[in-house]
Design a protein around this ligand. Structure first.
Ligand SMILES: *Cc1c(COP(=O)(O)O)cnc(C)c1O
Length: 385
């Protein structure tokens, strides 16, 4: 194959015979929905942390975010502070509960939520803050916790990009937040196809989320069929949701979970290669983790400077022509039709400036050096002109 024919996808999940074998075993077992695999998956997730943490497996991070806010008591008319630079799911779950997402700008260097902007956005109606560990770089959860405590606010962090991300030596999920949502969507740092996990040290939040995950029923389905009590002897205590994770997905997740450290190391190695290859390009490279933190490197995002030979949209088109996948994370929410309504007058200069030049380049666990060299070659020649 000649070099220029090499197709490099934006992302390719890392699936081996181990995941396939466990999924097949589950399918042959006769138990497909939430059951022994989901229960073990939760226990294994809890084992990433010190004792006393609760992990609640669900069918998406969106579900985990919704359950987290619901369990915190967010309701009609409340305000929840959300960075404008995130996926729409972070904001939409606030709306599910009749509350209002209040958008704030990002920090120009870390792409994380800006603390001064949060301070300026707090009103008597504010109930919670939803930081996003953007691209996998930890927000300053220590400062966020202090700010939240000052104002009696809850923190639900969107950790869809952040497995494994550490802050001050602790894995995200048990540092500074009241609850945390992880995603196992197909292109995240580990995957179950679709899936998510709500993590919390708060027993009340955990108990409420477990009930609401499953129609407001006070016992899990699996227990219903294994307990000695009649399976129909359950009670319904709230109008809950249908957010449980299948055992097929959990079987895959259990194998992926064992590899998150290796996955992170593989991505970090590739990021170092990208960074040294791009050191002299007219681009702004993404910030490394703060001292003592780990960056999951879910995404590798460069911002194209004004003096480059191509702008962002031209580079996207050029990469496509060269058979290289890429993406843009994200068009800020305040620029979207839905979310612009009611945000009139508010300005988000950092997110707007970021969006002008940002492009996410291919980065995945099994990316070969040959694939990466192809990306480096095409991007370098394009931007230097
Ligand atoms: C992927 C993603 C989500 C949603 O995750 P799902 O598991 O697809 O629901 C939420 N927030 C951010 C920042 C994401 O990247």
């Amino acid at each position: 194959m000649i070099m220029s024919d090499l197709h490099v996808p934006f992302f390719r999940p890392s699936i081996t015979d181990d995941e396939i074998g466990e999924v097949v075993k589950c399918m042959k077992s006769g138990w497909l929905t939430t059951g022994p695999n989901a229960i073990e998956f939760e226990k294994e997730f809890e084992a990433l942390y010190d004792d006393g943490i609760h992990a609640i497996a669900v069918n998406s991070a969106t579900a985990a975010l919704h359950l987290g806010l619901e369990a915190m008591g967010i309701s009609e008319g409340d305000e929840v502070i959300v960075p404008t630079l995130t996926f729409t799911a972070t904001a939409e779950v606030v709306r599910y509960l009749g509350a209002n997402p209040i958008f704030v700008d990002i920090d120009r260097e870390t792409f994380g939520i800006d603390l001064d902007a949060i301070r300026a956005a707090i009103t008597p109606k504010t109930k919670a803050i939803m930081p996003v560990h953007f691209a996998g770089r930890a927000c300053d959860m220590t400062a966020l916790r202090a700010l939240a405590d000052e104002h009696g606010l809850k923190i639900l962090d969107d950790a869809a990009h952040a497995l494994p991300t550490h802050h001050n030596g602790k894995l995200i999920g048990d540092i500074g937040a009241d609850a945390t949502a992880f995603s196992f969507y197909a292109n995240k740092t580990m995957t179950t196809g679709e899936g998510g996990m709500l993590v919390t040290r708060n027993a009340d939040i955990a108990a409420r989320a477990r009930v609401m995950r499953m129609h407001g029923i006070d016992r899990d389905v699996f227990n219903r069929f294994t307990d000695t009590k009649a399976s129909w002897m359950y009670d319904v205590v709230a109008p809950g949701f249908k957010y449980n994770l299948t055992d097929i997905a959990a079987a895959m997740g259990r194998v992926q979970l064992r590899k998150i450290g290796d996955f992170q190391a593989a991505r970090e190695r590739l990021v170092k290669r990208y960074k040294s290859a791009f050191a002299d390009l007219p681009v702004t490279l993404p910030a490394d983790a703060a001292d003592g933190d780990t960056h999951s490197w879910h995404l590798f995002i460069i911002q194209i400077n004004g003096d480059a030979a191509m702008d962002r949209n031209e580079l996207v088109a050029h990469l496509k022509k060269n058979n290289i996948g890429c993406s843009v994370h994200y068009r800020p929410l305040h620029q979207m039709t839905l979310w612009s309504i009611g945000n009139g007058g508010n300005k988000f200069p950092n997110a707007d400036a970021y969006f002008e030049g940002c492009i996410s380049l291919p980065l995945f666990m099994d990316m070969s050096d040959t694939e990466q060299d192809r990306v480096i070659d095409v991007v370098s020649k394009a931007l230097l002109g």
